[in-house]
Structures are given as structure tokens and as C-alpha cells.
Design a protein around this ligand. Structure first.
Ligand SMILES: Nc1ncnc2c1ncn2[C@@H]1O[C@H](COP(=O)(O)OP(=O)(O)OP(=O)(O)O)[C@@H](O)[C@H]1O
Length: 246
């Protein structure tokens, strides 16, 4: 179980402190598939980076299965079972796709096993297994390879930051299938996905709406989802406001 207790995070901007996350508390129970959504700039990616240990909170504590990991590095958190897929994956020059998968699993992996993970994300394994993870891979290919590494890791807690970003329509259908399967196989692990996609929200156990660095709404999908889908678009709201001014 992941527990965020009174997390705040601020950065220095033009000589002043800018608080991005304000006193946020959140519990992600085992066996839960949680989707965090909300407006652009609401703090979702920051929250994902705080969970993974890429950023350290200014105050508050982060607990994984009761252990305080607030001061643990990314590597130490990964060792304790946190898997993370970036919004914009990192390229690793000199490393082949198979090496990346082996690193994720933490042991030697047969080529046939590695191929299965690539097939899961819709990549023809034969074409990719020995490709270098460099700039020659497209953004969508890289994203799918990264998702394959998180699948391979079978982490206690898997965090995906906008997995849909840069993924084509066909691969998106595949992605939904992957997440549904992850949810079925969840056992004692949990999944946190940052997403704007209705299809991903529609398979969540719980939805968290983050806006301006605070949890605006949180609860079971059945409670939160209908209101989100029924929300007026920003364009409609602007239109109404203009009509009101006229
Ligand atoms: N290092 C930083 N320095 C200054 N501002 C930052 C920094 N990191 C994040 N921010 C600001 O904090 C806010 C939250 O950013 P974040 O990327 O977490 O939002 P988000 O909810 O993931 O947005 P999106 O949906 O667009 O991906 C934004 O206004 C962003 O500009």
C-alpha cells in the first residue's frame, strides 16, 4: 500500500517559492487500479515524480507498505517495488531493448520471454529486440518499449504517467487491453495511472481529480466518472461567459 501523508512540494521561481502540491494526502490500497486525472498543470506529473522519488517533497511523508521511503532515492524505491513509466521516456544510448527488459526484470531473461513482453505492447519482437534505445526509435515505439519494461518488472506499485501520450489509435486499443489484463492480474500490487483518457478512466477502481495541486475529488469510479464525463468543456464555459457579457 502506498500512503502519501500531507505532501507539499514547492520550487524556487524568480526568487520566490512556488508551491505546486499543497498538503496532499492519498492512500492507494493493494489490488487497486487508481487513475489520477485533472486539468493541465494541476500537478499530476509532479505527483508521479514525487512517488517515484525523482522529486523530494518539501514536507510530508511517503510510505510504501508502512515503510517510510521519503528520503529513499529512485533506485532504492525501485528496489522496494516501485515501477515508473515516464510521460516522455528516456533514451539510453548503447543499450539494446533486450538489455532494458533484462534490467527491468532484474535477472537474465530468455530472448523468447523478452519477445513476449514486446508482443504484449504490439511490437514485432524480431524487429526490436536488438535495437539500440536511441534517437532512431520513434516516440510511440519508445513509449511502448517503456510500458513493456514496466510490465516485465511486475512491480508492487506501477506508476504510468500519461501512457496514451504519442500512441496511435491502434496501439491505444492494445494499451487498454494491457491495462485491463494488469488489473485482472493485480494480486498484491497496485497501479497508478495519470491520464486524461476516458477509456482509461472507465476501467479504474478509483479516480482522483487533481487541480491546482489539491485533490478536488476522489472516490470509486462509479461515483466520480459520470460527473467528469458530464463536465462542460472549457470552450462551452467560455462561450457562455461571453454570451453573458454581451
Ligand atoms: N521545476 C519546476 N519549476 C517551476 N514550475 C514547475 C516545475 N515543475 C512543475 N512546475 C509547474 O507546476 C505545475 C504542475 O505541473 P505538472 O507537470 O505536474 O502538471 P500536470 O497536471 O502533469 O499537467 P499536464 O496535464 O499538462 O501534463 C505547472 O504549472 C508547471 O508549470
Amino acid at each position: 500500500m502506498l500512503e502519501l501523508k500531507n505532501i507539499s512540494f514547492s520550487v524556487a521561481e524568480e526568487g520566490a517559492r512556488k508551491e505546486i502540491i499543497h498538503d496532499l494526502s492519498l492512500k492507494v490500497d493493494n489490488r487497486k487500479f487508481v487513475v489520477v486525472t485533472g486539468p493541465n498543470g494541476g500537478g499530476k506529473s509532479t505527483l508521479a515524480r514525487l512517488i517515484a522519488g525523482i522529486e523530494k517533497p518539501t514536507s510530508g511523508r511517503i510510505l510504501l507498505d508502512g515503510e517510510d521511503v521519503t528520503d529513499k532515492s529512485v533506485t532504492e524505491r525501485a528496489r522496494r517495488g516501485i515501477g515508473f513509466a515516464f510521460q516522455q521516456p528516456v533514451r539510453f544510448k548503447g543499450l539494446e531493448v533486450i538489455d532494458l527488459l533484462r534490467l527491468a526484470v532484474g535477472k537474465d531473461l530468455l530472448v523468447s520471454e523478452a519477445c513476449e513482453y514486446l508482443a504484449e505492447v504490439g511490437l514485432c519482437a524480431r524487429d526490436y529486440i536488438n535495437r539500440e534505445v536511441n534517437a532512431s526509435l520513434s516516440g510511440g515505439e519508445l513509449k511502448r518499449i517503456e510500458i513493456a519494461t514496466v510490465l516485465a518488472r511486475r512491480a508492487k506499485l506501477s506508476v504510468f504517467d500519461e501512457p496514451e501520450a504519442g500512441i496511435d489509435l491502434w496501439s491505444f486499443q492494445n494499451l487498454i487491453r494491457i491495462f485491463k489484463k494488469m488489473r485482472e492480474d493485480i494480486k498484491d500490487s497496485s497501479i497508478v495511472i495519470i491520464s486524461h483518457q476516458e477509456r482509461i478512466l472507465s476501467i479504474a477502481d478509483e479516480i482522483v481529480v487533481l487541480a491546482e495541486g489539491r485533490i478536488e475529488k476522489q472516490g470509486p469510479r462509479a461515483e466520480i466518472f459520470p460527473a467528469l464525463v458530464g463536465t462542460e468543456s472549457a470552450v462551452d464555459v467560455c462561450h457562455k461567459l461571453k454570451q453573458g457579457e454581451a
